[in-house]
Design a protein around this ligand. Structure first.
Ligand SMILES: Nc1ncnc2c1ncn2[C@@H]1O[C@H](COP(=O)(O)OP(=O)(O)O)[C@@H](O)[C@H]1O
Ligand SMILES: O=P(O)(O)OC[C@H](O)CO
Length: 492
């Protein structure tokens, strides 16, 4: 009987289930979009039940598409959008509020108060992160304090907290297993990256009861089995849980210190493997746990960009100047340049390396000569400029000069974007044959745990390498324009 690993990739805009065979080939994919709600400017929320139902739907669909039996799935690996915060009632199993999405800015005030109280140096030292609405802690506090009765219930032990991984595992195991893994825990602002445990001092500082927290486990681990009634009486072992960006780092086979990947999804995320060392950033990056396998913890340096592919989604769904994301490639190449147009996509402020949660998106350099093609091109260029900002910070912090970056994520299908990125970053950009590196990483980690694969089996085959062709002078000139635009946006 042929056997498979099923990866569940729960991203911000969609959920995917992907079946991988032993030869690491994709056998079938099922994808379902999930809704985002914007109840107030800067707020971003999702329905946690819809997220779970989308997981069930794609899992059943992918099995039927591949025409296999559930018995042939040896294990499940889960990768997920990180930081997004869900609190639910342990007794009813119902979320007490929408999932507050990582991009959401409704906790600005809480974060400002923490900054004013001088908490930041301690938080940076303990967690490797910084104070920002992006991370889960302020979202937990917001729900505890804004939803009636929740704090009292939490103190009585009736409320559970989880990032999306914990929520999915709890539901899939029949509301039994309440866990998270180190890679997800390290995004909460409650996790001590030195000892890999919840930090009691921080919980006290933020007034978060420890009884709501999931148990922290390694990234490649048998957490439990799916409850039999969920998948037609099959109890399938769940053998990996990993934050999607760390999953992509693993899926890209960035196993060595200094290896870097850049994912272009809803947001943009560049991560460098820093081995067993925590590299603290002086340039606006964060230090995170990449994964824990057995007792071995691997760390990463990360530049998190809040808006990347979601700018293209905005052109499609709101401005309606494109019908599908891939239209941007033809439009961008139909003009020779942006004619001085810059888009700074600070729809929810700016993440790394600027960390400005107050500024909002701006367009600079409009003329009567500007048309839709220039806008599409400026949108793609902004995605690459942001990755250049992060790369420069990474080189400063790590002391490593980079000549190759591996890319993946939905927008990595865009050849214009990758060529422009190669030009601006002045390094080779490698795209793998499998673009679903997040799912691949989750599958690899699950496959290692259940001995489906050995570490030496894991690799990624190249599809195409983009090499820089522009002159240094030209790159410096257009990048200087981007820097001016960012500073003007933050000043506005
Ligand atoms: N060909 C393309 N060119 C530019 N952007 C694209 C293209 N295809 C998809 N995208 C963008 O990539 C994002 C989807 O990537 P994906 O990796 O699936 O995201 P996520 O995991 O965050 O849900 C969307 O925001 C979409 O606008
Ligand atoms: O949904 P993605 O793939 O853009 O990833 C979201 C990140 O995990 C947020 O930190």
């Amino acid at each position: 009987m042929k056997t498979y690993i099923m990866a569940i990739d729960q991203g911000t805009t969609s959920t995917r289930a992907i079946l991988f065979d032993h030869e690491k080939r994709i056998v079938a994919i099922s994808q379902k979009e999930t809704n985002l709600f914007y109840p107030q400017p800067g707020w971003v929320e999702q329905d946690a039940n819809e997220i779970y139902l989308s997981v069930l739907a794609v899992c059943m669909d992918v099995v039927s598409k591949a025409r296999i039996s559930l018995k042939q799935i040896v294990s499940i690996g889960i990768s997920n959008q990180r930081e997004t915060t869900i609190l639910w009632d342990k007794n009813t199993g119902l979320p007490v509020y929408h999932a507050i999405v990582w991009q959401s800015k409704q906790t600005n005030e809480i974060c400002d108060q923490w900054k004013q109280k001088g908490y930041e140096p301690l938080i940076i030292e303990k967690t490797g992160m910084r104070i920002d609405p992006y991370f889960s802690a302020s979202k937990i506090v917001w729900i505890l304090d804004h939803v009636e009765g929740v704090r009292e219930k939490a103190e009585k032990g009736d409320i559970l907290f989880g990032t999306v991984d914990s929520w999915i595992v709890w539901k899939l195991t029949g509301q039994k297993v309440h866990i998270t893994d180190v890679s997800n825990a390290s995004r909460t602002l409650l996790f001590n990256i030195e000892n890999c445990k919840w930090d009691k001092d921080l919980l006290e500082l933020f007034h978060i009861p420890s009884c709501i927290l999931p148990e922290i486990k390694p990234t490649s681990y048998h957490y439990g089995n799916t409850m039999s009634s969920i998948f037609l009486n099959e109890e399938i072992p769940i053998c990996s849980v990993v934050g999607d960006q760390q999953a992509a780092l693993f899926g890209q086979s960035c196993f060595k210190k200094g290896d870097v990947k850049n994912t272009y999804g809803t947001g943009g995320f560049m991560l460098m493997n820093t081995g067993d060392k925590i590299v603290h950033s002086n340039s606006g990056l964060v230090s995170t746990v990449a994964w824990k396998i057995g007792e071995q913890v691997t760390y990463a340096l990360e530049g998190s960009i809040f808006v990347s592919g979601s700018l293209i989604k905005w052109l499609r769904d709101d401005l309606k100047i494109i019908q599908k994301a891939s239209d941007t490639e033809i439009m961008a190449t139909s003009v020779n340049s942006c004619n001085g147009l810059y888009i700074v996509p600070a729809f929810v402020g700016l993440g790394a390396p600027y960390w400005n949660d107050k500024c909002r998106a701006s367009i600079f350099g409009l003329t009567f000569g500007t048309n839709q093609n220039h806008i599409a091109r400026a949108a793609l260029e902004s995605m690459a400029f942001q990755s250049k900002d992060v790369l420069d910070a990474m080189v400063k912090d790590s002391g490593v000069t980079l000549s190759v970056i591996k890319v993946d994520g939905g927008a990595a299908a865009n050849n214009f974007l990758l060529q422009f990125q190669s030009d601006i970053l002045m390094c080779n950009i490698e795209r793998g044959k499998i673009n679903e590196c997040t799912a691949l990483g989750a599958a690899y980690l699950a496959g290692l745990c259940c001995s489906f694969w050995k570490k030496e089996d894991l690799n990624i085959e190249l599809d195409r390498v983009f090499k820089p062709v522009r002159t240094k002078e030209n790159v410096e000139q257009i990048y200087a324009g981007w820097k001016r635009a960012v500073h003007a946006c933050m000043e506005f």
